[in-house]
Design a protein around this ligand. Structure first.
Ligand code: C5P
Length: 220
């Protein structure tokens, strides 16, 4: 049977960094489930899809095709054939993604596609509901946390390195707090720790220390 490693946790607490490192080390496929919700959100923004209108959402979902391409273990996502990996990280998408991802129709379709991707391959998938909903029987589950201030600083630096000189640290902090609140309080599969998930607080851990810790757990 193929292996699934699920990594859940709050926004910007290092899930994707650890997930990529694990995938590279183990030769697994890395899937960023957040990128899928972000790409759907980008489509909704561009096409002015009203997330509160069920018919509009059904129609939009039928016109969205998402695909992952990996290059050097960096995951790239395409939306209807267009590379959108950079655009989906920018603030307009970050500000709207929690509302779009709280939509039941959107979640149902994303979960279906995610389950299909993990059906026969060894994967590491990160997100909010991977260990609780998408792969309840994943062999290894992690739940990551980190100090909110440190998380905001990391995300702020990442945005700056991508050329975003307008967004302030304060705005990043607010956005993370808003998404954490929305993600943990939504009706449909809210973010919670799966009972069998291993908690990993990386506030004071280097990337190497996190990888070593996670590999140890995987090999147990
Ligand atoms: O992981 P990332 O921060 O890129 O995810 C963006 C947003 O997508 C989250 O704030 C959350 O609202 C949503 N998401 C989700 N379920 C997942 C992954 C992401 O609802 N499995």
């Amino acid at each position: 049977k193929n292996l699934v490693i699920a990594i859940d946790g709050y926004s910007s607490c290092g899930k994707s960094t650890l997930a990529k490192a694990l995938a590279k080390k183990l030769g697994f496929i890395y899937i960023d489930s957040g990128a899928m919700y972000r790409a759907v959100t980008l489509y909704f923004i561009r096409n002015k899809v009203d997330v509160k209108n069920p018919e509009a959402v059904t129609d939009a979902l039928q016109h969205i095709e998402l695909n992952f391409h990996s290059r050097d273990y960096q995951s790239h996502i395409t939306l209807n054939g267009e590379e959108v990996s950079e655009e989906i990280r920018q603030m307009p998408v970050s500000e709207y993604v929690s509302e779009v991802s709280a939509n039941k129709q959107v979640r149902k379709e994303m979960v279906r596609q995610q389950q299909r991707m993990g059906k026969s391959k060894n994967i590491v998938m990160d997100g909010r509901d991977i260990g609780t909903t998408v792969f309840e029987d994943a062999q290894v589950k992690f739940f990551m946390t980190a100090d909110p201030k440190i998380r905001a600083e990391r995300r702020y630096k990442e945005l700056q390195s991508k050329g975003d000189t307008l967004t302030t640290l304060e705005e990043v902090f607010e956005n993370l707090a808003h998404r954490d609140y929305a993600d943990t309080t939504r009706e449909e599969s809210p973010l919670t720790r799966a009972e069998d998930a291993i908690v990993l607080d990386n506030t004071e851990l280097t990337e190497t220390e996190q990888l070593d810790f996670a590999l140890n757990m995987v090999h147990q």
